[in-house]
Design a binder for this molecule. Structure first.
Ligand SMILES: Cc1cc2nc3c(=O)[nH]c(=O)nc-3n(C[C@H](O)[C@H](O)[C@H](O)COP(=O)(O)OP(=O)(O)OC[C@H]3O[C@@H](n4cnc5c(N)ncnc54)[C@H](O)[C@@H]3O)c2cc1C
Length: 477
């Protein structure tokens, strides 16, 4: 076993009986040092695991992060591989918002990172029924009525952003939510038994509007609560003031990992967990060898679809196991096109396009701070589609004359060994109370952080919020 890992293991191994302090390159690491350091294992070095470990380390606790793959960052993934001129692709997390993402913005400041405006939702052109529409066209009541919107909807969209359409129907319900962690007992509990689509329909939405609103398969109560949370935070339903990190979003996981140093153990896959009254023992496969770590607490930052396959002794209570067995995630693919020029400008077009093609859903430009005339166009689509097929889809529908795309590469998250699931999706209809708030509550000495463990499934925001919540809870325990 590698020496680094062995010495780190000793820091957190309950059997070692004492806590050794490792020298820190970063004095701020210990500025909130705790009088009684605790030993904590964090499972998963995605942004949640790194953030939680960093917060625990700052408070003076002994922490290690166990990561199955050979890189940290999980679904936050910036790569240059194969691209020219120093260009890069953000293959996972795309953007943050302002307002919103308060914890994330705090770290940008703390680590001296630079956030760049990311206008990927501005001047958006939408392909509807095979035809492209600009934002201006979609405020024209005549065009809107022609598309099938009813009078009320056409009037609303002529005065509000297209992405606010759901608010036409949701707004009357939202003010009753005043606590962003409490969706129940407000007189809406019965709305968990119907879908948001049912409620839109009941409240008079046209068939056309229903096609543009996300109501299928999500409980009306959960959907309204999600929108109410955004309202309480002052964040639009689909924000257009977006930002990303200069150099790629992985700059933030990198900053956490740099400060955590040797506390992050890569190629260390959690195989099984045993929980006792005073601590937790985790068996791992590290560099092809079995290794056992013990600590007073375990924080799970592995997505639940993976975590549920890790045996835990004694078994979790049935109601907790039910959550892990039934929670669902979505997953997709990120396409990265490298082009020799901003070809869309010659065609007088915006590259921010909703393509609504089954092989390629949307495209926009990224990495524009790189000093080159070449450009990166990012796209999203379903898993299992080759980058060439996605490029063919782009060429099939692109409304300009000619693109200058030189190569297409992709990352298919649906096929990733350790991160196959992207974001938690809606809880089953009528079962909200079985999942919330239990999904984020600790069981004994096992705590839960990650994009799945907060009230809103907005990836890195939920990850950093839940990581802070758990770090504070363990510190105060
Ligand atoms: C294409 C795409 C676009 C996105 N866009 C955005 C966006 O614009 N804004 C936003 O905020 N979010 C976005 N997200 C979501 C966001 O990236 C994720 O929600 C967030 O990064 C999840 O962080 P996490 O730490 O909770 O989990 P993960 O990133 O999934 O990390 C979990 C870690 O656990 C490790 N692991 C798995 N199994 C084991 C094991 N047995 N032992 C040890 N380690 C294990 C994994 O390798 C991984 O490193 C996007 C995601 C994708 C894929």
């Amino acid at each position: 076993m590698a020496g680094i890992s062995a010495s780190l293991a000793d820091h957190v191994t309950a059997e070692s009986g004492k806590i050794e302090k490792s020298p820190d390159a970063f004095p701020e690491n210990r500025r909130n040092a705790s009088a009684k350091p605790k030993k904590i294992i964090v499972a998963g070095a995605g942004i949640a695991g790194l953030c939680c470990a960093y917060e625990l380390m700052k408070r003076g606790h002994e922490v290690i992060v166990l990561e199955a793959s050979g890189r940290h960052g999980g679904h936050v993934y910036t790569a240059h591989d194969g691209l020219s001129d120093g260009l890069y692709g953000d293959y996972g997390q795309e953007h943050i918002t302002k307002p919103g993402y308060d914890k994330y913005w705090g770290y940008i400041k703390e680590f001296g990172l630079e956030a760049l405006p990311y206008p990927r939702r501005k001047n958006l052109v939408r392909r509807i029924g095979g035809k492209f529409y600009t934002e201006a066209m979609l405020t024209d009541p005549a065009i809107l009525k022609n598309l099938g919107f009813n009078e009320k909807e056409a009037d609303y969209l002529s005065k509000h952003p297209w992405s606010d359409l759901e608010l036409l129907y949701k707004s009357p319900y939202l003010d009753r939510f005043t606590d962003e962690y409490q969706p129940f007992g407000l007189g809406y509990d019965e709305l968990d038994k119907i879908t948001m689509a049912d409620l839109f329909k009941k409240d008079g939405a046209s068939k056309t509007a229903m096609g543009f609103m996300s109501g299928e398969g999500v409980s009306a109560l959960a959907s309204l609560w999600g929108s109410a949370i955004l309202k309480l935070r002052g964040v639009p339903l689909s924000p257009t003031e977006l930002f990303r990190l200069k150099g790629g979003n992985q700059m933030l996981p990198n900053a956490f990992a740099k400060r955590l140093g040797e506390r992050v153990l890569l190629d260390t896959k959690v195989l099984s967990i045993v929980q006792g009254l005073s601590g937790v023992t985790v068996t791992c496969k590290q560099h092809d060898e079995e290794k056992v770590f013990s600590a007073e607490y375990l924080v799970n930052c592995i997505p639940l679809t993976t975590f549920r396959n890790i045996p835990i002794e004694p078994a979790l209570p049935a109601e907790k196991q039910y959550i892990f067995d039934n929670v669902t995630y979505d997953s997709y693919q990120r396409f990265v096109f490298q082009a020799s020029s901003k070809f869309w400008l010659k065609d007088g077009l915006s590259i921010n396009m909703e393509l609504n093609h089954p092989d390629l859903w949307e495209v926009w430009q990224s990495a524009d701070e790189v000093d080159t005339t070449r450009v990166i166009v990012l796209g999203t689509g379903a898993g299992g589609i080759s980058p060439q097929r996605a490029l063919a889809a782009f060429r099939e529908v692109y409304p300009g004359k000619r693109d200058t795309i030189e190569q297409a590469v992709s990352k298919d998250w649906t096929k990733d060994s350790y991160c196959p699931s992207c974001e938690r999706t809606a809880f089953p209809i009528g079962e909200f109370h079985k999942f919330w708030p239990l999904i984020m509550q600790p069981h004994g000495r096992i705590h839960f952080a990650g994009a799945y463990a907060d009230n809103l499934n907005w990836g890195t925001e939920a990850a950093t919020r839940s990581a802070n919540r758990v770090a504070a809870a363990i510190h105060e325990a």
